[in-house]
Ligand binder design. Structure first.
Ligand code: ATP
Ligand code: MG
Length: 137
């Protein structure tokens, strides 16, 4: 069993895609162990994406992530990290496979609707960033 962090990013919430994303998660048999809506502060967005601090898109990305509410979730299941990333599709929607969330709904490489942890270590950091131990067991 693995846990991963999923986010419906501010573009997804603004475009009424929470239900669509949640429905896909449920159809794919990933258990939603925790879920809440938050409006990240700039500092919280910067802390979350600290690995990208040196990237040219960091300022735009963190502006975007604190531009409105987002829905954060912990998903659980066998191989949950890879399964959720497969459902999301590639970062750039132009490269994302048919039937993935980003292919179907993303606006561009930045406004790409969803986030998913990319490895067990990042999943541990990211789930702990938004949820306490009590909220996820
Ligand atoms: P995420 O971490 O959000 O799940 P990802 O793992 O597919 O996405 P990362 O490389 O971790 O992609 O980039 C984090 C986020 O930064 C992307 O989802 C996107 O919103 C933004 N981003 C990535 N590359 C670019 C870029 N070249 N230009 C603008 N924004 C970008
Ligand atoms: Mg990433």
């Amino acid at each position: 069993m693995q846990q991963t962090l999923a986010i419906v990013k501010p573009d997804g919430v603004a475009r009424n895609l929470i239900g669509e994303v949640v429905a896909r998660i449920e159809r794919n048999q990933l258990a939603i162990k925790a879920m809440k809506m938050i409006h990240m502060s700039r500092a919280q967005a910067e802390g979350f994406y600290a690995v990208h601090k040196e990237r040219p898109f960091f300022k735009d990305l963190t502006d975007f992530m604190c531009s409105g509410p987002a829905v954060v979730m912990i998903l659980q299941g066998e191989n949950a990290i890879a399964r959720w990333r497969e459902m999301m599709g590639a970062t750039n929607p132009a490269d994302a496979a048919d039937g993935t969330i980003r292919r179907d709904f993303a606006t561009d490489i930045e406004k790409n609707v969803v986030h998913g942890s990319d490895a067990p270590e990042t999943a541990a950091f990211e789930t702990g960033y938004f949820f306490s131990g009590l909220e996820r067991n």
